[in-house]
Write a protein that binds this ligand. Structure first.
Ligand SMILES: [Zn+2]
Length: 206
């Protein structure tokens, strides 16, 4: 009986020793490279959005879908929605849980961090060629340390989804706008274009 227990014990010790050796000294294959905050080797697909890392989806225009965990086919074209008093929406609302990370859709410089009645906590990012402003609104928070003048990279976390401003607590979302900027225009100017086909890779209703 004692001999039996001894044998079992010895075999258990030898087995664990083997696995410890195996995991420490036998190569386990090439590790998956996941680079947070940076999108590496991106070649935007002309047909459909492409997955460039575990979580960052880049659409046909080269813009990253700015809410982590949301897929292109979950997007709804809300650009032409009427907002009362002759106002149009001029942006896309991307529904997501409160606190979901918001990433920069494209490279640029943070031109303005602004808290407004309608937009709540917002970010205005100017493209390097200065011809575009990417606008992120209703955030619950900025990424720690985010400041005006800071360079951001596509895929970098810049804030969190929320419902600040005139958004409903029952429907937290990112309000995302893309504005074409004429020379000399300031962060509050610009002419909006519809972000939906840029992110979803298809025309509204198509
Ligand atoms: Zn909106």
């Amino acid at each position: 009986m004692l001999r039996l227990i001894g044998t079992a014990l010895l075999s258990a010790v030898l087995t664990s020793a083997f696995w410890i050796w195996f995991y420490n000294f036998v190569p386990q294959g090439t590790p998956t490279v996941v680079r947070s905050g940076n999108v590496v080797a991106v070649k935007p697909d002309q047909e459909a959005p492409v997955l460039v890392s575990q979580q960052v989806v880049v659409g046909p225009a080269g813009l990253a879908l700015p809410v982590i965990g949301i897929k292109a086919d979950q997007l709804v074209d809300t650009y032409d929605q009427a907002r009362g008093a002759g106002r149009r929406h001029d942006a896309i609302d991307i529904m997501a849980a409160e606190g979901t990370p918001v990433i920069a859709a494209a490279d640029g410089t943070i031109e303005k961090l602004f808290n407004s009645v309608r937009g709540g906590i917002t970010i205005y990012v100017r493209s390097p060629d200065r011809q575009w402003i990417y606008y992120y609104a209703h955030l619950s928070a900025y990424a720690p340390g985010l400041h005006e003048g800071q360079q951001v990279k596509r895929g970098q976390v810049i804030g969190r989804v929320g419902h600040t401003g005139d958004a409903s607590a029952a429907g937290p979302h990112l309000h995302f706008a893309v504005n074409r900027m004429a020379p000399g225009e300031r962060w509050w100017n610009g002419t909006p274009i519809n972000p939906y086909p840029l992110l979803a890779g298809k025309r509204a209703g198509g």
